[in-house]
Design a protein around this ligand. Structure first.
Ligand code: GDG
Length: 500
């Protein structure tokens, strides 16, 4: 077994960022200030990437630009919205962008999550691409771009790293103002086929804006291929070289590559070892049960009602498992202002009630719902002690839960059931039990097969999966992205000297 977690970023990356500006731009901030009983408290909004980037930013002493959504955020910041973080030992600047309710409705709920989120997940029927929302999206992207430009001024050495689909327009805006900086973007969700993306009335504007980046990173080669197809269709003036992912457009070259995001396997192992299980087991009455686990934000892309239908079929087909197999649904509410999410919530509630009414007994419920946000120790204990993980998204950029479950399997006895439509399937599919979430009977049969796997085979599969997750972890991924960004700069220098 490889030791979990690469030790640190490479010397090349560490050296490069000790003397240059690193500016991260994301929708969510790494620290939020809120009022609690009249006192200002600080919290760290969850998320593996935020946690992983924080130490890099501390070392680089850079700037992180994000939406200040805490109710005391601007109390503790200066007039420009800037505050030094981490609060107990400040080393970098968090620059908060203030958004009005209207901005949040149009940019965040509207264009980001009613248009781009469903479209990128291939769900055309759910997408609403309202031009008014796009205008808010454009204005908010402009505000973030201005914050970047103010921060770096004319610094050609700066590296700007945009996170995700909230910033489809900011790269072109920044490029227009500061030509020389290195621009990089990581797109956390899938990139769909042109046949899907062309539904977006602003498809061409968004694709052309993303080409203002020097480096554009997706999780998988499939998304890279889809994006390059969209470039050819939407921006015919661009020249695409598929052999190296290079796109030449507007006197500029963008490298488009796939680096699959990893998890902090070392930290997950440490926390899973602390074993918060006995308390959790007692609280949710899981003693002596075989446990199947699902951990999701309540999102219609995650395939939660479809999974519950498959469990219902499983209990119909296997009455001998009643009273034993217990499915734990760790589900946190998400984007509840959007109608499609309210419908999902109702559908999940009804499905769970139906299955529990049909099969539950006086001392056993087939589905246990855990709605509260769990501290990491407890979440990883739950992963560690679960016999099966049901990771069944209809479509998912990566799905970090699949990798976290694997990293927390210290005893290597669990089985991962994994949707072929999750980005994680590319790396983990060979040793997981692959499922198609749309096939109710197929998923029910796969649960049965997974439970029946001989111990030796389960261990072999999980050991291989752990090696894979441990060897390409969050730090290895970050090192790849930042090295590739430095390479882009090198390539640009070469092009300049060739033409000198
Ligand atoms: C997007 C893409 C891509 C959940 N409940 C608790 C908790 N979590 C954490 C998990 C995991 C994270 O939430 C969910 O990450 P996913 O990757 O599954 O999904 P999205 O939120 O949709 O993320 C996705 C990701 O970006 C990264 O690029 O993989 O495809 O959609 O880390 O652990 N954490 C804690 N308590 C909980 O109760 N502490």
């Amino acid at each position: 077994m490889t030791n979990p977690g690469s030790a640190a970023l490479s010397d090349r990356v560490t050296d490069a960022f000790s003397d240059r500006d690193l500016v991260v731009v994301s929708n969510r901030q790494p620290y939020a200030h809120d009022y609690d009983d009249g006192e200002i408290t600080v919290s760290r909004p969850a998320g593996g990437l935020t946690a992983g980037l924080d130490p890099v930013m501390q070392r680089a002493e850079g700037t992180w630009i994000a939406w200040g959504d805490g109710d005391a955020d601007f109390e503790v910041a200066d007039e420009e919205g800037r505050v030094r973080v981490p609060p107990d030992d400040p080393s970098y600047t968090l620059s908060r962008v203030r958004l009005s309710e209207e901005d949040v409705e149009g940019y965040y709920y509207g264009y980001s999550n009613r248009a781009l989120w469903p479209l990128c997940h291939g769900m055309i029927g759910t997408a609403r691409c309202d031009g008014r929302d796009f205008e808010h999206y454009r204005q908010v992207n402009r505000r973030f771009a201005d914050a970047v430009v103010d921060r770096i001024d004319d610094d050609d050495d700066a590296l700007i790293w945009f996170q995700d689909y909230h910033f489809g327009l900011a790269p072109r805006m920044v490029r227009g103002d500061v030509g020389g900086a290195v621009l990089t973007q990581f797109w956390h969700i899938p990139w769909p086929t042109w046949d899907t993306f062309r539904v977006c009335p602003s498809a061409e504007t968004i694709v052309a804006s993303l080409l203002a980046n020097d480096l554009l990173v997706f999780h998988t080669p499939e998304y890279v291929g889809n994006f390059l197809d969209c470039v050819e269709a939407a921006v015919p003036e661009a020249t695409v070289d598929r052999s190296n992912g290079a796109v030449a457009y507007d006197d500029h070259t963008t490298t488009v590559v796939a680096f699959p995001l990893g998890v902090d396997a070392g930290r997950i192992t440490d926390l899973a070892e602390r074993d918060a299980w006995p308390d959790l087991e007692r609280r949710h009455r899981l003693e002596d049960r075989t446990i199947a686990l699902g951990v999701d934000r309540l999102d219609y892309t995650k395939g939660i009602p479809e999974r519950i239908d498959a469990l219902e079929r499983f209990f119909e087909d296997h009455p001998e498992r009643r009273g034993d197999l217990t499915y734990v649904q760790k589900g946190t509410g998400s984007r509840e202002e959007i109608e499609a999410y309210q419908h999902l919530q109702d559908r999940v509630d009804r499905s769970i009630e139906r299955v529990n009414d049909r099969f539950g007994t006086d001392d056993w419920r087939p589905i246990i719902r855990v709605q509260e946000h769990l501290p990491k120790e407890e979440l990883y204990a739950l992963y560690r002690h679960s016999d099966l993980a049901l990771v069944t998204p209809l479509r998912d950029g990566m799905n970090l839960v699949a990798k976290e479950f694997v990293a927390a399997q210290l005893d290597s006895e669990g089985v991962l059931l994994l949707s072929e439509f999750a980005g994680a399937h590319e790396e983990l599919g060979d040793d997981a039990v692959t499922i198609n979430p749309y096939d109710t009977q197929g998923v029910a049969d796969a649960i049965d097969r997974a439970l029946a796997l001989p111990e030796e085979e389960r261990r072999e599969r999980m050991t291989t999966l752990r090696e894979r997750v441990n060897s390409y972890d969050l730090v290895a991924w970050m090192d790849d992205v930042l090295s590739a960004a430095l390479d882009c700069e090198g390539n640009r220098d070469e092009i300049v000297s060739e033409h000198a």
